[in-house]
Write a protein that binds this ligand. Structure first.
Ligand code: PEP
Ligand code: MG
Length: 755
């Protein structure tokens, strides 16, 4: 028996199906007609529909099996061929059904005469709700086009079934076959939170499956492919310039799929069979998913996620539902799920509703994580595939303190979590009490604890945090959150607001640190960029080349700090001449202000950030020229270890408490002390109590940390004997133990230091 010609016969089925569905009457007679139609058009002896009711797959309609079996034959999920298809969302295509290890025989159906069997899941909103199968007495495998026709029918049927509320849960809008699940990821930002899962890039639910005008559907899909390819090409271009948030490897895979002729052809064939563009994309994706399930290869599974992404992107384009969840707005407490996020994307979310972020990638010192930390939003990263495990709307518990994510928790789990959350709140309240107290060690060493900030809101909360000032104001954040380049006036307004909010407390403004993972869409690089953008044209390098940008910022800062003290520092100074040049440019703007009779700051202090190891070799030349030094351990450690701070694979590879880093820092601290120049450490490292304790052990006394860490750091400082840890560190640095982190942590415990 020859298989029917591909699209033509599928279209015939679909037309018939459309007529049946549009007709009057209840669901049961319609299902009876559907099985007759499919059997006839596919020239199959049997066609049956099983639907999930009371958690069992019940035979609802059949052509060819005994009618007495209808509503009598019931299989558990996972039982027999039908149960396996529904439980695993798989397709089975067997020449000899009885030969399959899952086969179970049900005498009431009279199916012993039939040898071949093919079945596809009926899926509603990504969950299998039934099975559509065909059987034949002749042992043969069904052709691909026949399987696709079955999938098409299953897809259209799902609308009828859900509409008629024939299955479990369809009333609620969706079914849940999955239970609670606990995943362990990488703690990126501590804290506990609960909320409902929201996808940063929302999934599209296909509502209409049968096309009215095939030509029009084909045009829509053609247009969507063109747009998607354009987007991917742009992403790839941005990646070359170091502006893309996404990994290059992923973009390359995207590109490969986006231009895959086979994929677009299959979608077009599905449209030819009578499906809408959305349904066609979804059906092809279902087929690919089912195929992939049969191949147990983690590498392929990874690629499958990329294709899912792209398929979802195509769906979003074709249905006109672009934009991220931030644009749609959050309506409830939200746990945001994403592959990765940029700092600007994160800042678009409503702070009141965004409770936590769960990422497939992510690393400890990426700027998105720094922003989240400043916003007080817990983040868990490194959970590959999480977007395919969680469903939109699932309840999610995030424990950023131990790195766990609980999906669809049971009542008992939720209660336990809420209790721990209350406890953690209590602990935070204890820190709140410490925040207002001075940061003095038990032997009387005064430690300066400032905070990092980047937005006006952060500055407004300075008093609440208990910090001594703002030790690092990341001016590029204002640029990151706006769609166009902020002009001098708006910069001026922000800086003034920050200084006003800080009052007598000092604020150290860092000039723009753009580039690396802080790319601006409106500022593109026109030259070839290095492989690793954080080692490329960024920060001071970019500012010196685009001096107009720096001049505007300098003027805004000078005006904002009129008649007050202004503290400015330059990021990523690699050689002293860069600092000199930046300072000269800045001082020229003071003259510009004076010429225009504008008030100028009472005094300007200039500092350099030590983030590039090369600068450490010229400290003797640099230190006499600066008013202060600031160490950015985030960049410094990535350069010391040659380990990209944004690469999730390296996120846990090197330890901040490695002797290499600590010895290096000690050298810098000693040199600054000898030159009598203040030095402050402002990377994420110093916001961690154990790390900060080690830094005090090196002689550091000034820190700028994330606001939420002020309490814990002060608590640590107030329980520490500075002289004791200094003496201990000296010995350890001379002769490092195998595991310095463990040694420090044991020491802290023995000496009752609150780390
Ligand atoms: C650093 O590199 O440590 C630093 C404080 O700057 P940023 O994290 O903004 O690069
Ligand atoms: Mg830096």
């Amino acid at each position: 028996m020859p298989p029917p010609t591909a699209a033509a016969s599928a279209r015939e089925i679909l037309t018939g199906l459309h007529e049946i569905m549009a007709g009057r009457g209840t669901a049961q007679p319609k299902l009876d007609k559907v099985v007759d139609l499919v059997a006839e058009k596919m020239r199959s002896e049997v066609c049956s529909i099983y639907l999930l009711r009371d958690n069992k797959l019940e035979l609802f309609a059949t052509h060819g099996l005994r009618k007495e079996a209808v509503h009598v034959t019931r299989l558990k999920l996972g039982e027999g061929l039908v149960g396996t298809i529904a439980a695993e969302g798989r397709i089975l295509n067997l020449a000899e059904a009885a030969g399959h290890h899952e086969f179970v025989y049900r005498p009431e159906t009279g199916e012993e005469r039939f040898h071949s069997f093919a079945g596809v899941p009926i899926i509603y909103r990504e969950t299998p709700i039934g099975v559509l199968s065909v059987q034949h007495s002749e042992p043969r495998r069904y052709a691909d086009v026949e399987i696709e026709a079955l999938q098409t029918v299953a897809m259209v049927l799902s609308e009828l079934i859900a509409g008629a509320r024939l299955v479990d849960g369809a009333r609620r809008g969706r079914l849940r076959s999955a239970g609670p699940l606990r995943l362990m990821g990488l703690k990126l930002v501590a804290g506990m939170a609960k909320g409902q899962a929201v996808f940063h890039e929302p999934r599209v639910i296909v509502e209409h499956t049968v096309a009215e005008d095939i030509e029009a559907e084909r045009d829509r899909v053609y247009g969507a492919f063109r747009k998607m390819r354009e987007q991917i090409d742009n992403l790839a271009r941005e990646a070359e310039f170091g502006a893309a948030g996404e990994h290059e490897e992923i973009i390359e895979t995207y590109r490969m799929f986006a231009y895959d002729e086979g994929w677009s052809r299959r979608i077009n064939e599905a449209i030819d069979s009578g499906l809408t563009a959305e349904a066609a994309i979804e059906r092809v994706q279902q087929r690919t998913r089912a195929r992939m399930r049969e191949i147990d290869d983690p590498l392929l599974a990874e690629r499958m996620h990329d294709l899912e992404d792209l398929s979802n992107r195509l769906l979003r384009i074709v249905s006109g539902r672009m934009g991220t969840a931030a644009q749609t707005g959050l309506t409830h407490d939200t746990v945001l799920i994403a592959r990765n996020l940029g700092p600007a994307e994160l800042l678009e979310y409503d702070r009141r509703r965004l409770k936590a972020v769960v990422l497939e990638e992510g690393s400890l010192t990426s700027h998105m994580v720094i922003v989240a930390r400043a916003m007080g939003v817990p983040v868990i990263g490194r959970l590959p595939g999480v977007r395919h495990i969680v469903e939109e709307g699932d309840s999610v518990l995030v424990d950023g303190d131990n790195g766990s994510v609980m999906i669809r928790p049971s009542k008992a789990l939720l209660t336990g979590f809420e209790q721990r959350m209350a406890l953690s709140k209590k602990k935070r309240a204890q820190f709140d009490a410490v925040r207002a107290l001075p940061a003095k060690t038990t032997d009387g060493v005064q430690i300066s604890v400032m905070m990092n900030a980047g937005l006006a809101e952060d500055a407004a909360s300075l008093d609440l945090t208990g910090a001594d000032g703002i030790g690092l104001f990341r001016t590029e954040f204002q640029f990151l959150v706006s769609a166009t380049m902020p002009g001098r006036e708006s910069q001026l307004r922000l800086y003034k607001r920050v200084l006003d909010a800080a009052g007598d407390k000092p604020v150290v403004f860092r000039t723009l640190d753009i580039g690396g993972d802080k790319a601006l869409p409106y500022l593109t690089n026109d030259a070839e960029e290095a492989e690793n953008p954080s080692m490329g044209w960024r920060a001071l390098r970019l500012s010196l080349d685009r001096s107009t940008l720096m001049k505007a910022q300098a003027r805004a800062l000078i005006q904002a700090a009129a008649e007050r003290k202004l503290r400015v520092m330059f990021p990523m100074v690699s050689e002293p001449w860069e600092y000199d040049q930046a300072r000269t440019l800045f001082e020229a703007q003071v003259q510009w202000a004076e010429h225009g009779n504008r008030p100028v700051p009472s005094r300007i202090e200039f500092g350099a950030m030590l983030e590039v190891p090369s600068l450490a070799e010229q400290l003797d030349l640099l230190l006499p020229r600066v008013d202060f030094l600031s160490i950015g351990t985030n960049d410094l450690t990535q350069f010391l270890f040659a380990a990209d701070r944004g690469d999730p694979r390296l996120a846990e590879r090197y330890d901040w408490l490695s002797p290499s880093i600590l010895r290096f820092l000690k050298r810098v601290l000693d040199a600054a002390r000898a030159a009598k120049k203040p030095v402050r450490i402002c990377g994420e490292m110093s916001g961690r109590p154990l790390e900060c304790m080690a830094l005090i052990g090196l002689g550091a006394e000034n820190f700028s940390i994330t606001p939420a860490a002020v309490g814990p750091i002060k608590a640590m400082v107030r329980s520490l004997d500075a002289a004791a840890i200094r003496a201990r560190m000296e010995q350890w640095l001379a002769k490092p133990p195998n595991d310095l982190r463990k040694a420090l942590s044991d020491w802290a415990r023995r000496h009752k230091v609150a780390v």
